[in-house]
Each structure stands twice: as C-alpha cells, then as structure tokens.
Ligand binder design. Structure first.
Ligand code: SF4
Length: 80
C-alpha cells in the first residue's frame, strides 16, 4: 500500500510533501512530484500538508486516479 500524488500536483508542485516525508520517497518529476510506492510507509504526513489535496491513499483512488499509481510505478522503474 502507498500514497499516490494525483492531478492537482501538475499545476502546483508545491513540494511541502517532500520536506515532511520521513523516508524521503517523494521525488520531483518533469510534470509533477511522485511517491515511490515501494518505499512509502503510509504515514500520511504528505497528505496532511498538501495545499492542493493532490495526495490519496492507494485504496481510496477513484478509477480516474488509478492511472497516477501506474505513472508513479513507471517513473521509479526508469529511475532505479
Ligand atoms: Fe512519505 Fe508518509 Fe507520504 Fe508515504 S505517506 S510518501 S512515507 S510522507
């Protein structure tokens, strides 16, 4: 299970989440920030500080938002 950054981040990239993440698993990508689903420990700190409410728990994603989990997995596949 992991938290996932969704579409509101794409115009915002506020980065508050990066500083609060205790395991440093949030990385800036070209279009938005991404959470590494293999490292996220589900603490929820990022969700509570996001000013645009872009972060959701994996199991709370709507069908439209599930693509953002796939985007994150692809992003880190290429980065690792
Ligand atoms: Fe980091 Fe916690 Fe957010 Fe996961 S839920 S990305 S561990 S701050």
């Amino acid at each position: 299970m992991a938290f996932v950054i969704t579409s509101p981040c794409q115009n915002e990239k506020a980065a508050e989440c990066v500083t609060v993440c205790p395991v440093d698993c949030i990385v800036e990508g070209p279009d938005q920030f991404y959470i590494d689903p293999d490292i996220c420990i589900d603490c929820g700190a990022c969700k509570s500080v996001c000013p645009v409410d872009a972060i959701e728990e994996e199991y709370d994603l709507t069908p439209d938002q599930e693509t953002y989990l796939e985007k994150a997995e692809k992003f880190f596949e290429n980065a690792h």
